[in-house]
Design a protein around this ligand. Structure first.
Ligand code: CMP
Length: 142
């Protein structure tokens, strides 16, 4: 499968035309990670936005401590790395590959530019972020 076909299957990019998919695929760089490898580290300065094209990752807070908390598990077609880019802050959590994982990565600059030029992508990212917040809330004690 070429990069455009892969992007075409990513929910936040659903509905983009061929030309747009091609432009996006030119902005994104393939990155591969081994099982167990940290892709982003909590508290690091952000560098990019990642879409998982195969494999699985876990999002962990306080990964190095004696009380790590797994916030979520993400798989093919899902994304991560948007929070620190939106906020201009450090990474909120560590994201670690649970199995060998392939991603397409975009710089923070390109991510912001895409969201400002395409409201559909921006809304799809927001919908996912809101869903993740609800999922986290549902796990809080009463
Ligand atoms: P960022 O803070 O840049 O880096 C860590 C990423 O983990 C974060 O962006 C989100 O993409 C992701 N993340 C953080 N908290 C959650 C959560 N509760 N559910 C799913 N993904 C999360």
């Amino acid at each position: 499968m070429d990069r455009e076909e892969i992007l075409n299957k990513v929910p936040i990019f659903a509905g983009l035309n061929r030309k747009h998919l091609k432009r996006l695929s030119n902005l994104m760089v393939p990155r591969s990670f081994k099982a167990g490898e940290a892709i982003v580290h909590e508290k690091d300065r952000p560098a990019g936005f990642f879409v998982i094209t195969s494999g699985k990752v876990e999002v962990v807070r306080s990964a190095g401590s004696d009380r790590p908390q797994v916030l979520a598990t993400l798989g093919e077609g899902e994304f991560f790395g948007e929070m620190a880019l939106f906020e201009g802050q450090a990474r909120s959590a560590t994201v670690r590959a649970l199995e060998d994982t392939d991603c397409l990565a975009m710089t923070g600059w390109d991510f912001r530019a895409e969201l400002s030029t395409d409201a559909e992508i921006a809304i799809a990212v927001l919908e996912t972020v809101v869903r993740r917040l609800r999922e986290l809330e549902a796990r809080l004690p009463e």
